[in-house]
Design a protein around this ligand. Structure first.
Ligand SMILES: *Cc1c(COP(=O)(O)O)cnc(C)c1O
Length: 490
């Protein structure tokens, strides 16, 4: 990068753009009599000094955030094959409906009679998710997959406690997402980790040996984090249920199954659904998501409060009278804007479209796996919607998976998930999703193959990547702990 390279430019902070008195809005004079603040609030609640907010016109705000957005990678800028995260394109029609005044201007303190349309939307979304998951009842409240898991673990506890048989342990396979063991521990259970077999699946015999009357249940993603469908799932469900346990599906990988088969039909009792993955609401920026939890009938009495109900006359109500409920898990009713987006997406696709989406996600992954599989190893073979490659063959050149990930950034492509799942050495977990074209998949595969060639010919070049990004290689831990939001080239 040269001195003159425009990427060298440091972006001012929005506070540095501030000039006293600049405004983005002009509010008309009120037509009611103004009252001084100190008549409305006690002195202790009033600020002494005004807040230090930037004073900028609207176009400065827009330019500032547009510029920052170009320094980052996001799904509106380019391909984002981050495995397990389902970074599909988020259709803009979702944004249009989420901004409809009748939805966006609602206040959660409005009486139930005044928000019947919003409740209807939530009810219908719940019905659609129950249909896709094969479950009987649902809570839309959890804000993310991890919180859905936590709610699931609390449901395990409530269910077993109600039967007078509180249990201690939850079984998780060694390929599981890190949130699974974290959730189980947070909920006060012990984790029992089970190894995967040579195909990357759960071995029913090993499961049987681990089950016992102190086991509350099993948490099992399907397809699992290697992208492999747990083909013994019916046997697994039977074993868990015979031991008095419950079967939880981490539903983050529903994109591979929806419209094709249903967790409820496979024997699962509980599933969380990541609306921000499978159902195309934005994610990756730390903003709101939604991880609804759907359950079979016998777990419905324990679902979080309030429960959305339909009255006999077709109107909707919120039921707070559930003495066995695990209680409230989110402010108000969940992240409503996310629910509107997911609702829009599902209605837009329709039943047939939902199945088509899953098939296209699997097909796209099969294509990428076929093109890359001869160069990058697939220790557990091709997965359904995602495959886990190994970059271990590059070690002979001194190149690591991390270097491949960094070099990909120079092609305008986000790196796949790397070093996860832990059971694959130098893992490269790639999930292309259904929204990419063959041309884009080819561009990605060409880049991956080119990087493998570069690694053999000029390993130092790959080790030095990226070359074209606003910042080069960061000390990632320090960047998280001491973020420097000013962009400088090094
Ligand atoms: C993303 C993911 C989670 C966690 O979901 P969040 O919404 O990020 O909390 C859990 N399990 C799997 C397999 C995932 O991919």
């Amino acid at each position: 990068m040269t001195e003159k390279d425009p990427r060298n430019k440091t972006s001012p902070l929005i506070f540095e753009r501030s000039q006293p008195g600049r405004r983005g809005t002009a509010v008309p004079e009120p037509d009611v009599q103004a009252r001084p603040l100190d008549q409305l609030l006690p002195a202790s609640a009033l600020r002494v000094t005004p807040p230090a907010l930037p004073e900028v016109p609207e176009h400065d705000v827009v330019r500032h955030f547009t510029e920052i957005s170009l320094k980052n990678h996001h799904v509106d800028r380019g391909f984002y094959p981050l495995g397990s995260c389902t970074m599909k394109y988020n259709p803009k029609v979702n944004e249009m409906t989420a901004r409809l005044p009748g939805l966006v201007d609602l206040h959660p303190f409005q009486p139930v009679s005044a928000v019947q349309g919003a409740l209807k939307l939530m009810w219908e979304l719940g019905e659609m998710l129950n249909e896709v998951s094969g479950m009987d009842a649902i809570s839309l409240q959890p804000a993310a997959g991890a919180q859905g898991e936590f709610v699931g673990a609390l449901l395990f506890r409530a269910y077993h406690t109600a039967k007078g048989d509180p249990r201690k342990k939850i079984i998780i396979p060694d390929s599981a997402h890190g949130t699974n063991p974290a959730t189980v521990i947070m909920a006060g259970y012990e984790v029992v980790t089970l190894g995967s077999n040579a195909e990357g699946r759960m071995d029913p015999a090993a499961l049987e040996a681990a089950l016992g009357d102190d086991v509350a249940g099993l948490m099992l993603t399907n397809p699992n984090t290697l992208g492999k469908f747990e083909s013994e799932i019916e046997t697994i469900a039977e074993l868990v249920h015979d031991a008095g346990g419950l079967l939880y599906m981490d539903g983050a990988n529903l994109n591979a199954l929806m419209g094709i088969t249903r967790p409820g039909d496979l024997g699962y009792d509980i599933v969380h659904i990541n609306l921000h993955k499978t159902f195309s609401t934005p994610h990756g920026g730390g903003g709101p998501g939604a991880g609804p939890v759907a359950v079979k009938e016998q777990l419905a009495p324990f679902l979080p409060l309030p429960i959305l109900m339909q009255n006999e006359d077709g109107s909707y109500a919120l039921d707070w009278e559930r003495p066995t409920s695990i209680g409230k898990v989110h402010g108000f009713w969940g992240n409503f804007g996310v629910l509107v987006r997911a609702y829009t997406y599902m209605r837009m696709l329709g039943e047939g479209g939902i199945a088509e989406t899953a098939k296209a996600a699997v097909l796209n992954n099969a294509y990428v796996s076929a093109r890359l599989g001869d160069t990058y190893e697939l220790p557990y073979g091709r997965g359904l919607h995602e495959s886990v490659f190994s970059g271990a063959f590059l070690k002979q050149h001194g190149v690591r998976t991390l270097d491949v990930a960094k070099r990909l950034l120079d092609f305008g492509i986000h790196a796949p998930t790397v070093y996860f799942p832990l059971i694959v050495a130098e893992a490269i977990m790639c999930e292309p999703t259904e929204t990419e074209t063959k041309q884009e998949l080819d561009r990605f595969c060409d880049a991956m193959l080119q990087i493998a060639e570069e690694a053999a010919k000029d390993p130092e070049f790959v080790q030095g990547a990226p070359y074209t990004t606003p910042v080069r290689r960061l000390d990632e831990a320090r960047a998280n702990r001491q973020p420097d939001v000013r962009f400088r080239a090094d």
